[in-house]
Design a protein around this ligand. Sequence first.
Ligand code: CMX
Ligand code: CO
Length: 140
Amino acid sequence: MLLRIDHVGIACHNLSEKIEFYESVFGLTVVSREINEEQGVREAMLHVADGDQGASYVQLLEPLHPDTAVGKFLAKRGEGVHHVGYGVTDITKALEEISAKGVRLVDERPRHGSMGASIAFLHPKDIGGVLTELVETSRR
Ligand code: CMX
Ligand code: CO
């Protein structure tokens, strides 16, 4: 069901500073910068590698307001890994299959994610404390 690790989502207080850090330490390149009001984030995707099943990224996330998923996470836990995003071929089918196994879905239906992808989150409390995102890459 899972094709690859699409991205690792990292929560930070200052997106521009964190981008510079990842560029200078790892030589990564920003391929997309977006504001996603629905998710409450200002974010950047930095390309890590290309594989047979698609590319993988680091997603840096700064909250738009304290009362957002990432804002609350930062207040509680500070900066660090916020979620793991896995690539899937058919996100609607994957959600159905995972839900049938008793895992709570944060999103019953896919939403809009970075770079035109369809995304949906699974509840961290049912995945051993790991907020997990499914990503169906846009076929542009
Ligand atoms: N990883 C692991 N556990 C997490 C978590 C995370 N990222 N975020 C919250 N939790 C835990 C909290 O620690 C808390 O556990 P305890 O009760 O044991 O303390 C519990 O989940 C509830 O947390 P909360 O702070 O009360 O937050 P909410 O219940 O309001 O929301 C969640 C939690 C997962 C439903 C919410 O963060 C959410 O909807 N996330 C999905 C959307 C998202 O993260 N968007 C930003 C990224 C966008 C992108 O990737 O494109
Ligand atoms: Co993500």
